[in-house]
Design a protein around this ligand. Structure first.
Ligand code: 5GP
Ligand code: MG
Ligand code: MG
Length: 193
């Protein structure tokens, strides 16, 4: 009604300000990454480690383009509240597999400050994998606080808080098929930014 703020969150697409990366570009790039990974690991077999929950959807799509023998495992790490990192990481779910002597590919949704990736490397390297590489769908280099290598990168994006394709804001919007930026009112309504 007139003078009243529209309710936020009742329709997924009404909360979207902008599509940053459309679905077809995401899928094309994920196929390319899978083909590169397949070439790089030919003759070996791989442990793919998806980082829940954000990378669940990217991991599922990428995994199906990897054409070498590969096992799939998951970890869950938390550090975020709203749109900001707390800088403190907690492992909520650890791996099922031993990594000793295995080629490991960690799959992340987005690398922002780099603190999560550094935590993961420090956490996994003592388990003596033969190799440890990282695939990240998105990279926000302007926000980096620590230098971490990304071996397979989907897209570089500007310093915007994005959702979709597994990435959430307060546990919503993971099911958007594109990478999107929310309307400012949505963040404001949740008391962020
Ligand atoms: P970092 O530790 O590199 O700062 O952040 C890594 C994690 O922060 C990501 O795995 C993701 O969960 C979260 N994150 C960083 N930037 C964004 C963003 O723009 N949108 C969402 N939804 N999560 C983000
Ligand atoms: Mg993540
Ligand atoms: Mg999150």
């Amino acid at each position: 009604a007139e003078g009243e703020a529209a309710p936020v969150g009742h329709d997924l697409w009404e909360d979207i300000a902008e599509v940053l990366i459309p679905e077809d570009q995401l899928q094309k790039r994920i196929q390319e990454l899978g083909e590169t990974i397949t070439e790089d690991y030919r003759g070996r077999d791989l442990v793919v480690v998806g980082i829940l929950k954000g990378a669940a959807l990217f991991t599922a799509d990428l995994f199906r383009w990897i054409r070498v023998p590969a096992s799939l495992d998951f970890m869950r790490i938390v550090s975020y509240a709203g749109t900001r990192t707390t800088g403190v990481h907690r492992v909520l779910l650890d791996l099922e597999y031993e990594l000793d002597g295995r080629d490991v590919l960690v799959v992340e949704d987005i690398v922002d400050t780099g603190l999560t990736l550094r935590f993961l490397r420090d956490y996994l390297l003592p388990r003596n994998p033969a190799s440890l590489r990282v695939a990240a769908l998105l990279d926000k280099p302007s926000r980096r606080q620590v230098d971490v290598p990304i071996d397979y990168r989907g897209f570089e994006i500007p310093d915007r808080f994005v959702v979709g394709m597994g990435l959430d804001f307060n546990e919503k919007y993971r099911n958007l098929r594109a990478i999107c930026v929310l309307r400012p009112e949505v963040y404001a309504a949740a008391g962020q930014e």
